[in-house]
Design a protein around this ligand. Structure first.
Ligand code: ARG
Length: 463
């Protein structure tokens, strides 16, 4: 076996270096390099604070600051050489800083530990993704809103059990998703508030004997305040669990909308047509236009929820404070965040490009006895029937129409009266789909006026 040398960061206690397998299982640089910008921001805030508190010299702090900026530009420019032997992003950055500025680099790690460092970096990274998610959700809500506005009164079938239930409007259906995405956005906002406390200065687990100013580093990094308990600060990952949970719930909403797009764009429905920009063809069947993006978004919940379950499982049962298990948090969150944000962008593109087909929507809404409830309600309102009896009479009329192979409005008055003598010509007004939707004026109902009021409210809110 090749000679190995002791790690320069903690070599004092070690005679030799790690086995190659140990290095492979231990190193996180393959993925935590994504925390580079956050790591350097944290180090800059820490060094400035150490100098302000007289813990390190101002000249050392200045050398550290300049050195860190060089490291950052090397990383951003792609010239930085990452080393697995240096394990993680924190030690890679520090080792390069040492090579650049020499001795002062060794003072940067005063009054901190990789434990509070990684907790800080990761919070900053997740906070950025929360901000990305919020912006992407707002854009998606605007796209749904534009669809709703275009078709606020386009009648379409509303389904329960995927069976025609009652007519609704396209605008109403689109606005249902605006409500869902708004709650998703609020969930991220809530999570951000709890996340936004700074672990830096908790050091390894117990705090430090140096006279640090945690308020200053918290402020410099845009946190609301320092975390109040050092054990909690280094060992909590509930901010990541909340992020994943919020992403998983939102991915469920995206998946449901995707499923609708898949159904609606099929030849059997033809409710919508997807743009070429968000469809694919088939290599063998020339007629095909496949909704691949919708299908992929529908599937993404699998890995996003998988990541969520994975991190819950990693965290359960860990004693306080830091354990290396927690290094397994990052890949899950990175993968979930990447795929969630990609899904949001793809959904926004699909919805913006989507062409709904009002004629097909209307034709579908008019079939399937969709106004049967309106007929039953009319019998209650006009003839004073108990609802149960009205339900029965309507059921008999549906059975007649079905036997005849026609829809409810196609039954003659005589046929209607055969089931109840009190029925008059006036019944036909409630059997039309436009009257049906227009009558659903209760708050939150599908009447176009209600839908337009909700659209106006959201247009205001979204700016
Ligand atoms: N790479 C580590 C992580 O992601 C950084 C913290 C290491 N701390 C330690 N005590 N070994 O969690």
């Amino acid at each position: 076996m090749a000679e190995t040398t002791a790690n320069t960061m903690w070599g004092g206690r070690f005679q030799g270096g790690p086995d190659a397998i140990m290095e492979a299982i231990n190193a996180s640089i393959g993925f935590d390099r994504r925390l580079a910008a956050q790591d350097i921001a944290g180090s800059r805030a820490h060094a400035a604070m150490l100098a302000a508190q007289g813990i390190i010299d101002a000249s050392d702090a200045e050398a550290i600051r300049e050195g860190l900026l060089t490291v950052l530009s090397e990383i951003e420019g792609g010239s930085f050489v990452f080393s697995t032997a240096l394990e993680d992003i924190h030690m890679n950055v520090e080792a390069r800083l040492k090579a650049l500025i020499g001795e002062p680099a060794g003072r940067l790690h005063t009054a901190r530990s990789r434990n509070d460092q990684v907790a800080t970096d990761f919070r900053l990274w997740v906070r950025d993704r929360i901000d990305d998610a919020e912006a992407a959700l707002s854009a998606l809500m605007r796209a749904c809103l534009a669809q709703a506005e275009a078709g606020a009164d386009w009648v379409m079938p509303g389904f329960t059990h995927l069976q025609t239930a009652q007519p609704v409007t396209w605008g109403h259906h689109m606005m249902a998703y605006v409500e869902m995405f708004a709650r998703d956005r609020a969930r991220f906002r809530d999570a951000r508030t709890r996340l936004n406390e700074c672990p830096l200065g908790a050091a390894a687990l117990a705090g430090t004997s140096f006279p640090i100013d945690r308020q200053a580093t918290a402020e410099a990094l845009g946190f609301d305040r320092p975390m109040a308990n050092s054990l909690d600060a280094v060992s909590s990952r509930d901010f990541a669990l909340e992020f994943l949970s919020a992403a998983a719930i939102s991915a469920v909403h995206l998946s449901r909308l995707s499923e609708e797009l898949v159904i609606w764009s099929s030849a059997q429905f033809r409710f919508v047509s997807m743009s070429d920009r968000f469809s694919t063809g088939s290599s063998i069947m020339p007629q095909k236009k496949n909704p691949d993006a919708a299908e992929l978004i529908r599937a993404k919940i699998g890995r996003i929820l998988g990541a969520t379950v994975a991190l819950f499982t990693v965290m359960k049962g860990l004693p306080l404070a830091y354990s290396k298990d927690m290094q397994e948090d990052k890949e899950q969150v990175f993968d979930a965040a990447d795929n969630y944000l990609l899904s949001l962008a793809a959904m926004e593109g699909m919805i913006s490009d989507l062409t709904a087909q009002p004629d097909a929507l209307r034709a579908a809404a008019s079939s399937g006895f969709s106004t049967a409830t309106d007929l039953a309600d009319w019998l209650v309102r006009e003839l004073g029937l108990p609802f149960r009896e009205a339900h029965h009479v309507t059921g008999a009329l549906v059975a007649r129409a079905e036997a005849k192979g026609c829809d409810l409005p196609d039954l003659s008055l005589e046929e209607m009266q055969a089931e109840h003598t009190g029925i008059t010509e006036a019944v036909y007004t409630v059997l039309g789909v436009d009257n049906s939707v227009a009558s659903r004026t209760s708050y939150g109902g599908t009447a176009p006026d209600q839908v337009r009021a909700q659209i106006a409210r959201w247009k205001d809110a979204l700016g």
